[in-house]
Design a binder for this molecule. Structure first.
Ligand SMILES: [Fe+2]
Length: 324
């Protein structure tokens, strides 16, 4: 395997030792052979702990996989999510990236098979791992945001919204149990969109009045899906149901006004809008953080809780300070 266009790097810390791999693993030569790749582990075999330790000792940052086996690698990340994060030798920055990638895969699975019993448990795992990383490392959130994908897809949007919500909640001083509830609510706030026909969901232009009425139903659908899984917590259920309410009473589904809107719903409205605006969608290119916030402040006056929006701006600002 010598064609660089067919191969891509994966961090060595994402490869567990002594676990059969569903993809082949490559390494590159040294010196003049640096651009030549050789197979290190054949698909179906394991990377021994000795070889892995030696590679880490030699500061081999990356190993390589074939691009056509990338989906297999991503599946492997999703399946081994907890084990990879539990490894003591993974640098924190790397952990955040791996967590994002594996969480993204898990959330994609949850959204494509919402009827399986394990879907909710997996969502809780994603939220729990994110919170744990965040609590242990102040830079983890920024690393996750940097690693996040900006192509708008339902599961990516949901995961990004959850990451922002957990970050904002943490910034506001919420404790882990409340953060877990908030993260779970944010992760599943739009799950009802799986019931919206694709031609409406992906329509590259403004919706007709009828289509918009259909689209609005996703709040009820999300609420019902989560409730049917046995979720009884009103804070979670109402946070999901009311995430499209507006402070000026012009939102949906119930046109609640101001403080009538539950705090989780107000918080998720901000994080969800920011995630959508700062992503590339069928309506627009991805906006920068500054542009996204400007749009939210100028064009959506009356939509958001002004105090929480200010907090969100301060929270994003605090991340940028960490960046320096
Ligand atoms: Fe929504």
């Amino acid at each position: 395997m010598q064609d660089m266009t067919l191969i891509e790097p994966v961090p060595i810390h994402s490869i567990l030792s002594d676990v059969p791999l569903s993809f082949s693993l490559y390494t590159h030569g040294e010196g003049e052979d640096e651009r030549r790749y050789k197979k290190l582990v054949e698909k179906g075999n394991v990377l021994s702990s000795g070889v892995r330790a030696a590679l880490i000792y030699k500061s081999t940052g990356n190993l390589f996989i074939r691009i056509d086996e990338r989906p297999l690698y991503i599946d492997y990340l999703g399946e081994n999510f907890a084990k990879i994060n539990a490894q003591g030798d993974t640098p924190k920055e790397e952990k955040a990236k791996l967590l994002y990638q594996s969480a993204n895969r898990i959330v994609e699975g949850v959204f494509s098979q919402p009827n399986i019993d394990t879907a909710m448990a997996k969502s809780q795992t994603v939220v729990g791992e994110t919170i744990e990383l965040l609590m242990n490392d102040e830079n983890a959130l920024l690393a996750m945001i940097r690693a996040s994908e900006h192509e708008y897809r339902l599961f990516t949007h949901s995961l990004n919204t959850a990451i922002f919500a957990i970050g904002l909640g943490h910034f506001l001083g919420m404790e882990a149990p409340e953060l877990a509830k908030l993260g779970f609510t944010a992760l599943l706030h739009d799950i009802g969109k799986i019931k919206i026909p694709a031609h409406i969901l992906d329509k590259p232009g403004p919706l007709s009045e009828y289509e918009f009425e259909m689209m609005k139903m996703h709040c009820h659908y999300s609420y019902n899906i989560v409730k049917q899984f046995g979720q009884k917590d009103r804070v979670i259920l109402e946070g999901i149901k009311y995430h499209h309410e507006r402070m000026d009473g012009k939102g949906y589904p119930d046109a609640l006004f101001g403080d009538e809107i539950p705090v989780f719903a107000r918080l998720i409205a901000i994080c969800s809008s920011y995630s959508a605006i700062s992503s590339h969608t069928s309506y627009h290119e991805a906006y920068s953080s500054f542009e996204s916030l400007s749009i939210m402040k100028k064009e959506m006056v009356g939509a958001y809780d002004p105090k929480l929006l200010q907090d969100f701006i301060r929270f994003l600002g605090s991340l940028l300070v960490q960046k320096k």
